[in-house]
Design a binder for this molecule. Structure first.
Ligand SMILES: *[C@@H]1O[C@H](CO)[C@@H](O)[C@H](O)[C@H]1NC(C)=O
Length: 383
């Protein structure tokens, strides 16, 4: 009886939790967010596998500042003021921490240089977020040792150039986020080590051109985001090497004035093509139509351009057997074409032609969409 009493008195002590944190024992989790910590609190339960210290005021991660005996799988240090991370911040090589950590979030701090030395022994790291810092440039082999890294977030850093070998060693990287930086050009070599990449986000940079061959290393690329850049010309052939896998291509909010023939040639797996908010005034009719061969395309966005007409010939459309949604709102269309009788988009369910200059709708305009369910013709001048 006496022993039992001592036992129950001691128990809460064993699984104590530092003031300012809450520990969820069943999930081996300690949450110490927004508690004004200037360093990692002492007295964390030794069996936790996740630690969140987001929204504190930690400035410095000095040697061993994360207890190296903790077998943390996830560590969240986002939204602090960290500007320096010393070589042994995550303990010595092969510490419990180094053997366990798979997810490290350093989002929204004040880091100016990738902490290569501190990171290089985190051999099991899969997800690393360095977004929202002030990393303006990167040394060669910045991520050496991180051979298992899958996802790397470097968004919102002000990066304006990438050293040719910056990403060397990231043989298994699947997703790279470089959005909201200041990159001006995408050139061959910059990302050449990333042969496993399936998602690349380059949106919200200042990229004016994609030079030929710069995408040629990405034979497994599924999703390419180039939203909100300054791309005006897309040269035929730039997507050729990635064409076999590409499923999503987002070119929304660029300065594309026309689509040269053959630009999407070979993109026969493409499901979503976003070209809204560009400056196209016509769909090219030379030799070949740009959407020919896009057999799997389901969503085509051409909204908010300056289109004054659409091609009427069936050759321009008939490969789009799987198209389900076509967005044409916010253009300058005065009439919808009298499509050739053999034109057929049997999959089309949604057609948005709102906010154009249509004054009449002709019977022939809709006969090629036998399965249309949703038609928006609002904000036109139909009398
Ligand atoms: C890249 O990062 C930005 C900013 O953090 C985010 O909004 C976007 O969704 C990310 N991209 C991908 C593909 O996850």
């Amino acid at each position: 009886m006496y022993l039992l009493l001592i036992g129950t008195l001691l128990l809460p002590l064993v699984s104590s939790c530092p003031l300012g944190c809450s520990c969820i024992e069943k999930r081996f989790l300690a949450i110490c967010d927004a508690a004004d910590f200037g360093s990692v609190p002492v007295g964390l339960p030794s069996d936790i596998t996740e630690l969140s210290l987001s929204k504190n005021r930690i400035k410095l991660l000095s040697d061993n500042s994360i207890p190296a005996n903790l077998g943390l799988i996830k560590l969240d240090l986002s939204e602090n003021q960290i500007f320096d991370i010393s070589t042994l911040a995550f303990g010595a090589r092969n510490s419990a921490l180094q053997q366990a950590l798979t997810t490290l979030t350093l989002h929204s701090n004040q880091i100016t240089l990738v902490p290569t030395e501190a990171l290089q022994n985190l051999r099991f790291l899969q997800d690393l977020s360095l977004g929202g810092n002030s990393i303006k440039w990167m040394r060669a082999e910045s991520f050496t040792g991180l051979t298992r890294l899958n996802n790397l977030d470097l968004s919102s850093n002000g990066l304006d150039q990438l050293a040719a070998d910056a990403f060397k060693g990231l043989d298994n990287l699947q997703s790279l986020n470089l959005s909201e930086n200041s990159l001006k050009i995408l050139s061959p070599g910059m990302l050449r080590h990333l042969t496993s990449l399936s998602t690349l986000d380059l949106s919200r940079n200042s990229i004016r051109m994609i030079s030929p061959g710069s995408l040629s290393h990405f034979t497994r690329l599924d999703e390419l985001f180039l939203t909100a850049n300054r791309i005006s010309a897309l040269d035929p052939g730039i997507f050729t090497t990635i064409s076999h896998n590409l499923k999503l291509l987002d070119l929304t909010r660029n300065e594309v004035t026309s689509l040269k023939h053959g630009v999407f040639r070979g993109c026969n797996q493409l499901i979503t093509l976003k070209l809204g908010h560009n400056m196209m005034s016509y769909i090219s009719e030379e030799n070949e139509y740009p959407f020919q061969g896009l057999y799997k395309l389901r969503v085509l966005r051409l909204d908010s351009n300056r289109l004054i007409s659409l091609p009427a010939t069936s050759k321009a459309w008939n490969d789009l057997k799987n198209l389900q949604e076509l967005y044409l709102s916010g253009n300058l269309l005065q009439i919808l074409p009298e499509f050739e009788p053999i034109t057929m988009l049997p999959g089309l369910q949604k057609l948005d032609i709102s906010a154009n200059l249509l004054s009449t709708l002709k019977a022939g305009s809709f006969r090629c969409f036998p399965n249309l369910e949703n038609l928006d013709v609002s904000n036109n001048v139909i009398s």
